[in-house]
Design a protein around this ligand. Structure first.
Ligand code: NCD
Length: 316
């Protein structure tokens, strides 16, 4: 399946696999709806009839804290039945294929699968074997994409800085090469017309030139932060990295860690973002993560509203 097949001919979303190729109107519609859902995203009961009778399965083949919990809350607050599938205790351990797992759960009446997988493209591959009408939501596949994280990041920026992204200088710092979050953020920032997108990483953690279309690749952190309105930092994703890409944690922190002192080079009202899980004292210092410029917990909160908007559009 190509990324365009996630959109039906009438413009509605059929699956959410990737933000690449998602038209600006569709992206903004989801952000607007997430914003409107805010009151109901935090325990409201008004929408419990919305997805009544639908069943949503969290199918996670990789660990997760934020994404899995917020999809579960989002589906619950829309009244869906929620099934949590843990690959570590399931028949995948007995050799069952991912496709057979999906079909087994479909046979029980599951309508939507929220899938996290270690392999790039695994969720699109499952969408190709799913029954017509079954909905797939990518909750992170390998290094490829994490579209709901991209959406919640855009919503967090919009709330903090307004909807005119053309005014913004955005710096994405750290292990961009292995980050599905950064890839989805880059697609969304381009779609929303961000004024300047800076990507800052050591050479070994910089993605290839084809992925940096419309971005400025910058090696030095101070240059990347200079006057930036939004600073996004990322975890070193060692589970997706060959050995030896980063010389040492101490050097990495010295050159690319977001500290209060380094942050003073950004715009005075800059906001700092991190998708979590954070490694405090490596890519971000605790006083920055917990400080007044941090959007980290706002991002988490927005995750519930964004996932409600996505599930509602796909299933209601
Ligand atoms: C990230 C992920 O799993 O892609 N976390 C998240 O979903 N918020 C980032 C990471 O693992 O570093």
């Amino acid at each position: 399946m190509t990324r365009h097949e996630q959109i039906a001919p009438d413009g509605r979303l059929r699956h959410l696999l990737d933000l690449e190729g998602l038209p600006r109107a569709a992206l903004e519609r989801l952000l607007d709806r997430a914003q409107a859902l805010h009151a109901d995203a935090y325990g409201g009961t008004a929408l419990r009839a919305r997805l009544a009778g639908k069943a949503v399965c969290n199918l996670f083949f990789e660990p997760s804290t934020r994404t899995r919990s917020s999809f579960r809350l989002a589906a619950t607050r829309l009244g869906a039945d929620v099934l949590d599938f843990d690959a570590s205790t399931s028949s995948t351990k007995k050799g069952e294929t991912d496709a057979d797992t999906l079909r087994t759960l479909e046979a029980m009446g599951v309508h939507a699968f929220v899938v996290r997988h270690a392999v790039d493209g695994a969720v699109a591959a499952l969408s190709a074997v799913a029954a017509p009408g079954t909905v797939l939501v990518n909750a992170g596949d390998g290094r490829h994409a994490h579209p709901t994280q991209g959406l919640l990041d855009m919503l967090s920026i919009r709330q903090a800085k307004g909807a005119d992204f053309a005014r913004l200088k955005v710096a994405i710092v750290g292990d961009v090469k292995h980050s599905r979050v950064a890839r989805s953020d880059l697609h969304a920032l381009r779609t929303l017309g961000a004024g300047e997108i800076r990507v800052c990483a050591p050479a070994a953690l910089m993605p290839g030139a084809s992925e940096l279309d419309g971005c400025r690749a910058i090696d030095g952190l101070d240059e990347a932060l200079h006057g930036a309105d939004v600073v996004m930092t990322l975890r070193l994703q060692r589970e997706r990295m060959e050995e030896g890409l980063v010389p040492s944690i101490e050097e990495y922190r010295r050159d690319y860690g977001i500290t209060a002192a380094r942050l003073r080079g950004a715009a005075p009202d800059a906001v700092v973002m991190h998708p979590g899980p954070m490694n405090r004292g490596i890519e971000i210092d605790a006083d920055v993560a917990d400080g007044p410029q941090s959007l980290v917990l706002r991002q988490v909160a927005n995750g519930v509203a964004v996932r409600m908007a996505v599930l509602e559009e796909l299933l209601a």
